[in-house]
Design a protein around this ligand. Structure first.
Ligand SMILES: *Cc1c(COP(=O)(O)O)cnc(C)c1O
Length: 409
């Protein structure tokens, strides 16, 4: 044994002489750079309205998900500051131990009332909500049916579950139906989908998803991260939007996931649904059980943001109206805005270097519109992702359209 131990040592000296075991990262990074896929980390400073100070300059920001302009709203900030003074910054423990405060309790009740469900549960982020909830619903011997363009957090939740995963082409309901019809010897089945897709800005066909869930007795989890506060007559999301067409959508959606990090202007995630489901999640979702509770200041900010969604419907209407006008103008000038029907307006360029060239050109013209490349979008579908927010003015949109026109030439 002793001799082998010595030999190992010697081998290591010979072969790894002066080598860092992390050296492979340099090679892989160089590969990303050559493919035009290396990302830099911009430093954003103050953000006010549609403008952000970034890397020392002031630019019109089309890269924010603060759709309703609530992130810096004085009422939201004041609510957070007050709760922070009362409850401290950190909660010090998981909600199951001692992290849950009266603010958390109030917010969970408010969410349930807001979405018209029996109950709701807070998570540190909605990434955590998905990676916790999906493995709590399905496991070995079960099946998941997932849209090909679902968010990374859903994809990771599916992987963690060990359930058999069936991916259907983006919003292709015939493909989903076929997959569901083929396999019925699973213990449980779960259909998962974003409701508003974060890169394409299109909507999942929830009426058909609900119908299929009903026909095949499958659970249906939908992620409203980009839709809460923006879609639906009262800002409840795409579920509300389609429930107008067919109220069965409300009954058939088993789990609704949402984020406070986008239109609601702070950070954190939640899910809502039946009381029994929420109780199960509080016991079984590992990202709930084993993670420090959502900071009370952010829960208080979220409570205020939900009130503002109710009191100021003009924000979401203005945003959707402005986005519709932008799409029309871009299309008229020959840009490809894909299937967008929301405040997220992609300009599909295709090739990553070309995409970054246009993004850089916009930057030089005082406009911040990031290029989105693989792996965030499929190969050959690199795009500029434009997000319209309540902080944007007509003049800012004019400037964007004008600058894009210049760059096309
Ligand atoms: C952004 C996003 C998330 C992650 O939200 P966080 O609360 O920031 O973790 C989850 N799902 C979808 C669909 C998203 O777009």
């Amino acid at each position: 044994m002793r001799i082998w131990g010595l030999r190992d040592h010697w081998v290591r000296i010979c072969y790894y002489w002066n080598m860092d075991p992390l050296d492979w990262i340099d090679e892989e990074t160089a590969r990303l750079e050559a493919a035009g896929l290396l990302r830099s980390l911009p430093v954003g400073l103050r953000s006010a309205g549609g403008v952000v100070e970034i890397d020392g300059g002031s630019v019109v920001n089309f890269a924010s998900n603060d759709y309703l302009g609530l992130a810096a709203d004085p009422r939201v900030v004041a609510a957070a500051a007050e709760a922070c003074r009362e409850f401290g910054v950190g909660r010090g423990a998981s909600p199951l131990v001692s992290g849950r405060s009266t603010v958390h309790d109030a917010l969970e009740q408010r969410l349930a009332e807001f979405f018209g469900t029996e109950a709701a549960l807070l998570f540190p982020t909605s990434f955590a909500a998905n990676t916790g909830a999906i493995p709590a619903l399905v496991g070995e011997g079960d099946a998941i049916y997932a849209d090909a363009k679902n968010h990374a957090s859903i994809i990771d939740g599916c992987r963690l579950s060990h359930a058999e995963k069936h991916v259907y082409q983006h919003v292709d309901m015939a493909a989903l139906e076929k997959l569901l019809a083929e396999g019925d010897n699973y213990r449980r089945r779960l259909i998962v989908s974003d409701t508003l897709f974060s890169m394409d800005g299109d909507l999942a066909p929830l009426v058909q998803l609900a119908e299929l869930a009903e026909r095949f007795n499958a659970m249906l989890l939908v992620d409203e991260a980009h839709a809460v506060g923006v879609f639906g007559e009262r800002g409840r999301g795409v579920v509300e939007h389609f429930a107008k067409e067919d109220p069965r959508v409300l009954e058939r959606v088993s789990v609704r996931v949402g984020s406070f990090g986008k239109a609601l202007g702070s950070a954190g995630g939640f899910l809502c649904g039946k009381r029994a489901l929420v109780k199960w999640m509080a016991n079984r979702a590992r990202t709930y059980v084993f993670s420090t509770a959502h900071p009370a200041a952010l829960s208080a900010a979220a409570l205020m943001a939900l009130d503002l969604v109710d009191r100021e419907p003009g924000r979401r209407r203005g945003v959707l109206q402005m986005a519709a006008e932008l799409r029309e103008r871009l299309q008229a000038e020959g840009w490809n805005t894909g299937r967008s029907e929301s405040q997220i307006v992609p300009v599909v360029i295709g090739e990553p270097h070309q995409t970054m060239r246009i993004s850089q050109g916009l930057r030089e013209r005082g406009i911040w519109a990031p290029g989105i490349r693989p792996p965030s979008v499929p190969e050959g579908e690199s795009l500029l992702r434009l997000g319209i927010t309540a902080g944007h003015t007509e003049e800012m949109v004019d400037r964007l359209v004008g600058a894009l026109g210049e760059l096309r030439r």
